[in-house]
Design a protein around this ligand. Structure first.
Ligand SMILES: Cc1cc2nc3c(=O)[nH]c(=O)nc-3n(C[C@H](O)[C@H](O)[C@H](O)COP(=O)(O)O)c2cc1C
Length: 207
């Protein structure tokens, strides 16, 4: 007979949710290895993105998936856009360099878009929130697979040029950044997360 304590199904589900949510970390492209991502893994990540909550079922998330040589096209465009949008005196060589190298350090880069509903019944902020939920779903799925992921948003991602280049000509649409996906260079060193205590972030109203 086993002495191990029996966990009820709810405790087990909560433990699984806690483990997944708290293990999710931002691991940047520079810390990703060269290992490729299997098609099935990428499909699972995108599919879970599609299961985000959405007010009015508008499903505003759009994913532009850059792989293989597509990443070089993205890198080249990011560098040219940075040069175009940044006053010459403010161009930082390190930033320029990073925009060109990051997409090549990750096997997959997903540019994340928000497509505005034609009738604009749902407030824009809720469409952005829904896309953020989709990104979180994808990031959690990547973490569950042991993959590295980072949602990065260089200021140029919010430009009209970026949106148009991605194929969203409607000026009400938005690019909300890039989800970089790969494998951690060192799979034994998963980073620790930190958060300030909840105390100052919660207001209890009892009466
Ligand atoms: C909308 C959004 C945009 C972000 N953009 C950037 C970014 O441009 N650069 C960056 O270093 N991290 C970015 N992050 C990731 C945060 O830095 C990261 O979530 C934070 O450091 C907490 O770390 P964790 O994700 O491992 O918990 C972004 C996160 C969110 C939610």
């Amino acid at each position: 007979m086993s002495d191990s304590p029996k966990l009820d199904p709810i405790s087990l589900r909560l433990a699984a949710a806690n483990a997944l949510i708290r293990r999710r970390r931002t691991i940047k492209p520079k810390d990703m290895s060269e290992k490729t991502i299997e098609k099935e893994h990428l499909a699972a990540i995108l599919e879970n993105g599609n299961w985000a909550p959405t007010h009015g079922m508008t499903q505003p998330w759009r994913f532009f998936v850059f792989t293989e040589d597509g990443r070089q096209r993205l890198a080249d465009y990011l560098q040219s856009l940075y040069k175009k949008l940044t006053p010459e005196a403010e161009v930082q060589p390190a930033k320029f360099e990073k925009l060109g190298t990051s997409p090549l350090q990750a096997p997959v880069v997903i540019a994340v878009g928000m497509s505005r509903q034609d009738i604009e019944k749902i407030p824009e902020i809720e469409e952005i929130e829904a896309v953020a939920c989709a990104v979180q779903n994808m990031h959690l799925t990547a973490s569950a697979l042991g993959m590295a992921a980072a949602w990065l948003s260089p200021p140029i991602c919010y430009s009209d040029e970026m949106r148009t280049w991605l194929g969203m000509p409607d000026e009400r649409d938005k690019c909300l950044g890039f989800l970089y996906l790969g494998w951690p260079k060192d799979e034994t060193e998963w980073p620790e997360g930190t958060r300030d205590d909840l105390t100052d972030k919660v207001v209890w109203v009892n009466k």
